[in-house]
Every structure is written in structure tokens, then in C-alpha cells.
Design a protein around this ligand. Structure first.
Ligand code: ADP
Ligand code: MG
Length: 402
């Protein structure tokens, strides 16, 4: 069928044609939204899971819902690089100013005016943008340069002003496990203060499965601050719906054995569902997708994943790091104990540290628990096994990983 009509959406953060299997998460967020409208408090939300399960899509959906309710929102994505802390604070200030500009058209209460002054002051301190909000800058507020103090003052002024109108201040953070420790600590502390004092301020975050641990290690009370929601595979029924419905809406359908073949290959992972669905659509000569179309799609889709999704990660690793990935792949999807991985590589556990750190930095592996290591993408072990003789080739710095 025509690729230009293909409804599937493989890619990072791309909204799928059918957002299936996430009703509970969306309802939980809707409850939070409704509680804010009723002047009641709640906890922030933390979405965790492997890459490709649909966290970013869900975070974006929640962001959109918050905007619909006229919350003041900012969305940032954390990155592990040297400039990380500065970049993320500037992004926060810039987004905040842009968001707050919308309010300048409305009639502002005195508190809201002051809050805009605080935003301007925070922005001036981090030097994010020259855009002005047309209010007097609240000098001495949120501009000390100590991120914890400044964020707290910012959150207090903004959330209390929004609370007068039963709105909230929402900070949406993607890849939160990669946030620099200082900004992370400051955000958690602000959430803590907000919960205790009933300020409508909420962090809505997404990240790898180790994010809850990272948050708790940063501030032990983080354990109680958030509604933690693991996001995983779709059930077979949900996955079936995710493949079938987009096609049916366009007047195409799957033969039952074709659908089964695609579902077996995708294993319930949203990213793979989109990849195989896209291939099946393109490879089917007419509006009935048959078993042989699906079999060809599995072949093509797997080659596509190998050439893109997996290979872009593999290519980021150096030769020694690839050896570590191979040693991990012996445990299948894992997790692996770092001791066992070191033993397989014939090195001391202490010598594993630098490889482990480099692979974490590159986003290929994460540490689910102390002494453990696991792949961040489902299916990576299979890829590594299929390419075990491909140790050479210099690593690339491809940037569009997720
Ligand atoms: N609930 C869902 N149903 C079907 N496909 C989905 C769903 N959620 C996400 N996807 C698809 O999965 C892929 C990965 O989504 P993304 O949000 O980037 O994952 P993550 O942030 O967890 O790595 C995208 O192609 C997206 O269209
Ligand atoms: Mg993501």
C-alpha cells in the first residue's frame, strides 16, 4: 500500500496512531488535574521503563492535558554532558518565560504580577532569554545563584499565584535520570516543600527503570513524593489493537495469521509494533495484509531495526565497550551481575568501572540495582549475539538516540 498513507509511527516520541494500553496512567494524571481544580493536593508522577516503550509519548500527552487546563508548564529534557546543568537551567528559564508570556494577555492578580517578576528575575540570573514579560523584575527573588534556593522561591511564587485560580505549575522532565545531581536535588526539594505547604507544583517525569533509585539516592524522601508508574510492554490484545486499528481506519485489514506473525515478532514493544506495522503496510500489495506480507514485513522490519535502532547504539561503543556488551548478552535480556561480566571479560571487577560508566553515559546500559547492569533497549542482547564478530569499527557520536 502507499507509503504516503502509512499510518504507523516508528521513532522517538512520535505520537502513535492509537495510544493503546495507557488508560490507567492517563486517568491517574486526569485525577491529579481534577484535584488541582478542586484545590486539593496530590503527588507528582514518575514514568519509568526501557527505551521504546512509549514514555515520551505519554509524557507529551500529559503535558498537553495540563496545557488544556491552563497550567503553567515547562518541558525539559535532561542530557548527560558537561554543559548539562547550565543547559537544563537555561532551558527551564526560557520555557518558563515563553509559557508565562501567554498569561500577560489576561488580567493579572497582584500575586501573579509578582510571580512574573520572579520568573523574570530567575531568567535574568541564568541569562536564558531576552524576552521580557512587561513586569518589574523581582530583584532579590530566585536570583541568588544557589539553584536550590532559587528554584524554591520560583516554585513558591509561581505556584501560589496559580493556586489562586486553581491552576498548577507543572515541570515535565524527560530522561530525568540524566539530570545533573544539583538540579535534580533542587527539583525534588521544591516538590517536597510544595507537598508540605500545599502549593500546586508538580514534577511529571519520565526515565529509565533506575530513575526511582536515582531520585531516592539524591533525596531519601523522594520515595514518598511521587506516584511511580512503570511503563512496559503492551498485552497481546493491546498490541493487536495498536496494529489493527490504524489500518482499519484506512479501510485495510490483517488476516488473523498475519496479525499473529507481527505480534510474535514485536513482543509487545510499542516501538517494534510501529516498525513492523509500517513494514507490513508498505509491503502489502492490497488492502488485505496476508501472512506472506507479514512474514516479509518481519524480515524487513528486523533488518530495519538492526540497521538503525540497534546499530546506532552498537556503533557508539568502543571495541572494549563492545566486549562488555557481549559479556552482558550472555545473560540474554539480563540484568547481569557486574562481577560475572568482568569474569567473562577476564578482567577484575574494579577494571570494569570505566567501561560501565562510558556505556551508561552513552545511554546503552543502566544499573537497575547496585552490582547489576542491563541493556536500556529491549532486544539488544539478540542483536549483540547476531553481530558478535563485529567488534571493530570506530564509535560514532550519533545524537538522535532515545
Ligand atoms: N501506547 C502505544 N501504543 C502504540 N505505540 C506506541 C505507544 N506508545 C508509544 N508508541 C510508539 O513507540 C515508539 C516509542 O515511543 P517513545 O515515547 O519515544 O518511547 P520511550 O520514550 O519510552 O523511549 C514510538 O514510535 C511511538 O509511536
Ligand atoms: Mg523517550
Amino acid at each position: 500500500m502507499l507509503p504516503e498513507q502509512n499510518p504507523y509511527s516508528p521513532g522517538s516520541g512520535r505520537r502513535p496512531p492509537e495510544l493503546v494500553g495507557r488508560t490507567n496512567e492517563l486517568e491517574a494524571f486526569d485525577t491529579l488535574r481534577a484535584r488541582v481544580t478542586n484545590g486539593l493536593g496530590d503527588r507528582g508522577v514518575v514514568l519509568t521503563g526501557l527505551r521504546g516503550v512509549g514514555k515520551t509519548v505519554l509524557l507529551n500527552e500529559m503535558h498537553r492535558m495540563a496545557d488544556d487546563f491552563e497550567w503553567l508548564t515547562v518541558r525539559i529534557e535532561a542530557r548527560r554532558d558537561e554543559a548539562g546543568a547550565r543547559t537544563v537551567r537555561r532551558a527551564l528559564a526560557r520555557e518558563l518565560v515563553v509559557s508565562a508570556r501567554k498569561l500577560t494577555r489576561t488580567r493579572l492578580s497582584g500575586r501573579m504580577r509578582d510571580a512574573l517578576g520572579t520568573i523574570s528575575s530567575f531568567n535574568a540570573k541564568v541569562g536564558a532569554t531576552g524576552i521580557e514579560l512587561g513586569v518589574t523584575v523581582s530583584e532579590g527573588r530566585a536570583d541568588s545563584g544557589d539553584v536550590e534556593v532559587d528554584l524554591l522561591e520560583l516554585v513558591e511564587d509561581v505556584a501560589v499565584a496559580l493556586g489562586e485560580r486553581r491552576r498548577a505549575f507543572g515541570v515535565f522532565v524527560d530522561e530525568m535520570q540524566d539530570l545533573d545531581p544539583e538540579t535534580m536535588g533542587a527539583l525534588i526539594a521544591a516538590q517536597h516543600a510544595a507537598n508540605q505547604r500545599d502549593w500546586p507544583f508538580y514534577i511529571i517525569a519520565a526515565g529509565l527503570p533506575n530513575l526511582p533509585r536515582v531520585l531516592t539516592e539524591t533525596r531519601s524522601y523522594a520515595e514518598r513524593l511521587f506516584n511511580y508508574r512503570p511503563i512496559g510492554k503492551l498485552t497481546r490484545d493491546e498490541a493487536g489493537q495498536a496494529i489493527r486499528e490504524p489500518a482499519e481506519k484506512l479501510g485495510a485489514e490483517y488476516a488473523p495469521d498475519a496479525l499473529d506473525a507481527l505480534l510474535d515478532a514485536a513482543g509487545g514493544y510499542p516501538y517494534f509494533i510501529q516498525e513492523y506495522g509500517q513494514a507490513a503496510w508498505n509491503l502489502s500489495p492490497d488492502r488485505l495484509i496476508r501472512y506472506d506480507d507479514a512474514a516479509a514485513a518481519v524480515q524487513f522490519g528486523t533488518e530495519q531495526l538492526d540497521a538503525g535502532f540497534f546499530r546506532s547504539r552498537w556503533e557508539r561503543a568502543t571495541r572494549s565497550e563492545r566486549r562488555m556488551l557481549q559479556a552482558m548478552a550472555a545473560d540474554g535480556e539480563g540484568p547481569s551481575s557486574t562481577g560475572a561480566v568482568a569474569a567473562r571479560m577476564g578482567i577484575q571487577p574494579s577494571s570494569l568501572g570505566p567501561y560501565r560508566a562510558a556505556l551508561i553515559n552513552k545511554g546503552l546500559v543502566y544499573s537497575p540495582e547496585h552490582g547489576q547492569i542491563a541493556f536500556t533497549v529491549p532486544g539488544m542482547a539478540g542483536y549483540v549475539d547476531r553481530h558478535h564478530d563485529d567488534l571493530d569499527g570506530s564509535p560514532t557520536g550519533i545524537d538522535d538516540l532515545f
